[in-house]
Write a protein that binds this ligand. Structure first.
Ligand SMILES: Nc1ncnc2c1ncn2[C@@H]1O[C@H](COP(=O)(O)OP(=O)(O)O)[C@@H](O)[C@H]1O
Ligand SMILES: [Mg+2]
Length: 497
């Protein structure tokens, strides 16, 4: 049975067709993934379903009846809940206050706190949410905040739950926990609509998939016939996607370009690096995977010369180091400056050259790195995340440095841009550069690295060579991934109950 039907939904912003005549249905009690690149129109369509936007034309049915929502309150009254890309929580309020606030149960009526608390505690237990109702939002991690949003949906008895890129902010282990919650929703008979960029997640969890491209529905498929290659082609359209690079073999022992030996570092008397050993070699991608905040940033800062208060031995055989930082907005660019200026900002020789030369250099780089934008005078902040990232990567690579550090290079970046960034990294490796890749996306690390190190509590707790993890056997692969996942969260050795 179809619980939702979209018929010929269109929505324009100015001249831009964000949704262009979209028709498809969502089956009751299914997990329906909506995929597509940044700007494809996914959030817009879901905001129409949730009553935040009104379509210009087209009809929506919920449970077989035509609906016309004036606001999210109407959608909520129809059993629809939405978890937005950006959370909508009040930092200074407690979990409990945030959940109860604005729910229809509290309008007009006096709140029965004890009853609400009882109900919420039941949900927390049932869905294994592990939340303290009395904590303030400001004290919670991102994944805990997401759980608060989930609790809100439960409290409002949402039967149809829309998640807009919920896993973008989660570590791999948190993603697994999140999937458990989704499965539980399904057991309860709820319908889940999930927007995601990550195709391995689609494979894991979807019953049905709809692909949007440039505002149009271009492809639909379902679990039993799902082919990820076809899916990714449909998502990006005609763009060439480079497959995983296989040129990982080199002759002899490569030259070491940087070595960290027995490094210890404390910040405010708290140990953040703990006997850490690491070697980076020429012509090699070394991947550090771990849950964020386990010392990754400190390793980068030490290599980059920003952190000096450590003990242990640091050998670096180059001072030509490039960094693509984790937080591109804060650390990677000057967002008010133009794309051109951001591109040449680190090139000393460009500071003396003419505008014309600057323009030529910038334009050549833009086309080489396939940055999509109106022109080089556009301010950096007007570009999409993927294109901003390409500008930063272009600038850092064009410096021609020997050691290239990439921290979460494809976070929040769409599939086509991710593929481009990955092949750019591999090309640099082929040129003999030494590459340090830091990411919490294990798939990315596995795809690109020659060696990987798992970081936990300020220490590389295990290292693997590519031939150990580039396994064809799915069972072996799953076992290895599980053990890497455990190492990431600090479980070592056998767990006995
Ligand atoms: N409120 C808005 N005003 C103007 N343009 C918008 C607005 N919301 C979205 N858009 C534009 O509509 C297109 C689709 O956006 P969106 O639905 O957010 O895409 P997605 O969620 O697939 O990344 C984009 O080009 C975006 O810039
Ligand atoms: Mg979106």
């Amino acid at each position: 049975m179809n619980i939702i039907e979209f018929s010929n939904i269109s929505k324009k912003f100015g001249n831009l067709k964000a949704n262009d005549n979209i028709s498809f249905a969502v089956r009751k009690n299914s997990v329906h993934c909506i995929v597509g690149e940044n700007g494809a129109g996914k959030s817009t369509l879901m905001k129409i379903l949730f009553g935040s936007y009104r379509q210009d034309s087209g009809i929506m049915k919920v449970n077989g009846s035509d609906v016309s929502f004036n606001s999210p309150l109407d959608a909520i009254a129809n059993g629809i809940g939405m978890l937005h890309q950006h959370f909508m929580l009040i930092e200074d309020f407690t979990v409990m206050e945030n959940v109860i606030l604005g729910s229809e149960k509290t309008l007009n009526i006096k709140i029965d706190f004890e009853e609400s608390e009882r109900v919420l505690k039941e949900y927390i237990k049932k869905y294994n949410l592990d939340l303290n109702l009395n904590k303030k939002i400001s004290e919670l991690s991102i994944s805990e905040q997401q759980k608060v949003e989930i609790l809100k949906l439960l409290y409002r008895n949402s039967e149809i739950i829309i998640f807009d890129e919920p896993t973008a902010v989660l570590s791999p282990i948190e993603v697994l926990e999140f999937f458990k919650i989704i499965f539980q929703f399904k057991v309860e008979g709820k319908t889940i609509i999930l927007i995601t960029h990550k195709l391995n997640e689609v494979r894991e969890i979807s019953d049905y998939v709809s692909v949007l491209r440039r505002g149009k529905l271009v492809y639909e498929t379902e679990k039993d016939i799902l082919d990820l290659k076809v899916l990714s082609r449909e998502i990006v359209g005609n763009v060439e996607i480079q497959d995983e690079n296989t040129g990982f073999d080199y002759e002899g022992e490569p030259e070491v370009i940087a070595g960290l030996n027995n490094i210890n570092l404390s910040v405010n008397k708290i140990s953040v690096l703990n006997n850490l050993d690491l070697k980076l070699k020429k012509g090699e991608v070394y991947g550090i995977c771990g849950v964020e905040g386990n010392g990754q940033n400190e390793v980068i800062n030490i290599l980059f010369g920003l952190e000096k208060n450590f003990t242990g031995k640091l050998n670096i055989f180059t001072d030509k180091i490039s960094l693509v930082p984790d937080d591109r907005l804060k650390k990677g660019m000057i967002k008010e400056f133009s794309v051109g200026e951001n591109l040449i900002i680190k090139k000393k020789e460009c500071h003396y050259i003419s505008n014309k030369c600057l323009k030529k250099t910038a334009e050549e780089t833009i086309s080489k790195y396939d940055v999509r934008m109106p022109d080089i005078n556009a301010p950096m902040e007007s570009l999409s995340g993927g294109n901003q990232q390409k500008v930063i990567i272009a600038r850092e690579i064009e410096l021609g440095n020997d050691l290239l550090i990439f921290s979460h290079p494809t976070r929040g970046v769409d599939i086509a841009a991710s593929a481009f960034i990955h092949s750019t990294i591999l090309q640099q490796k082929k040129k003999g550069k030494s590459i340090l890749l830091v990411s919490s996306d294990l798939d990315e690390i596995l795809k690109l690295s020659d060696r990987l190190g798992v970081i936990s509590k300020g220490r590389i707790v295990a290292e693997f060579d590519r031939n150990q993890y580039n396994l064809q056997n799915e069972v072996e692969k799953t076992i290895l991934l599980e053990s890497i996942g455990k190492l990431m969260i600090g479980i070592t050795g056998e767990q006995k109950n």
